[in-house]
Design a protein around this ligand. Sequence first.
Ligand code: 5AD
Ligand code: SF4
Length: 440
Amino acid sequence: MESRKLYIETYGCQMNVVDSEVVAAILLQHNYQLTEEVNEADLVLINTCSIRENAEQRVRTRLRDFGKIKQQNSRVSVGIIGCMAERLKEQLLEEETMVDLVVGPDAYRDLPALLQEVESGQKGINTILSLEETYGDIRPVRMDRNNVTSFVAIMRGCDNHCAYCVVPGTRGRERSRDPETILRETRDLFDNGYREVTLLGQNVNSYQWENGKQNMTFEKLLEEVAGIDPRLRVRFATSHPKDLPDSLLEVVSRFPNLCRAIHLPVQSGSTSVLERMKRRYTREHYMERISAIKKYIPGASISTDLIAGFCGETEEEHQQTLSLMEWVGYDFAYMFKYSQRPDTFAALRYSDDVPERVKGERLTEIIELQMKLSLESKQRDVGQTFEVLVEGTSKKSENQLFGRTSQNKVVVFPKGSFSPGDYAHVRITGCTSATLIGIA
Ligand code: 5AD
Ligand code: SF4
């Protein structure tokens, strides 16, 4: 039988990137072959995100393009997978007539069967969430990667129920993946030349695997992954401030290949906003955790996520976010305007009452402050030497390479005799707020 061509486009978080690789692995076993050319495809899948309204808008716009492709070639099928599929279910089939297939994050094993239905002229849909599915046994097919860095999913779902967030609804209950499969996948990556993995989960600190006598915590898992080879760098994301224990920081401090970069989303610097967000920690608790990071892992970079204009946020509460940012001195931040999501606790219980204009102004203040903090963070590195893992050729110049420090800062430097996957010792000679510039 002639093989069919699959084109996948991925939106949203790193977990979605891995999910697309899992989907590719499943379909490659069912007579599909990947293509990077959408016009060549028999099956177009769009792996979607629902986190903010504009993420969904972007997908709806892109669907118009796929609709046109379908008009020209009626053999093409279009599927929506991921968080938007889970959130909107049948509604997507009704609203977007070019869509043939809707599959949620826990139903990817059902894709081959659903595609048979689509081939026989029906629509295919499965949005059942699972308590067990981790795709643990599936070896993701790595797509457009640099062959140096990769993600490894260690858990799925989320039990935190932050008031603003759709994720517990779209990804279901939290569950951890069998550590044996995590270690096997990571060893494989290393043997194939990869030199960095990021262990992924919505809340990695609550990783927990029990099987008879075996009890694996996140700390133990990290030790085992770090023990695979000292030349393999290991990162992890995301940690929740309410349960980032000293014992984890202590493990990081003991292994030089566990990266000196902690991503600890704070969302707001105000205890009252945090309470409304149902984050289950205070400003003071968060500050205490930052002090612990600085004590256990001197020189670690600290990054965060911030939301501007959450329900009921006053000017004073917003100022608390700015003052916390200054106090921590974040090296990097992802910054967003609050976007009300249907069926979340906040949508059901609070009023989205910060005017759009004020949200925008507050976000701008947050971004401007972070630009200053990011620049200061880079300036502190000038004159120092860092071990840089080379990832590829710089976009701006063929004669320059780029890579990252353990602190996750991007460094650009002259090529010399280095190649992707090498470690180079680079002396930092200059910087912008986004990039370090150096010589090896
Ligand atoms: N509006 C804006 N930002 C959000 N995030 C999650 N939900 C929302 C929302 N409704 C942000 C948080 C989270 C990151 C992944 O996205 O900062 O940490
Ligand atoms: Fe990832 Fe959340 Fe977007 Fe789903 S909604 S793709 S979990 S960021």
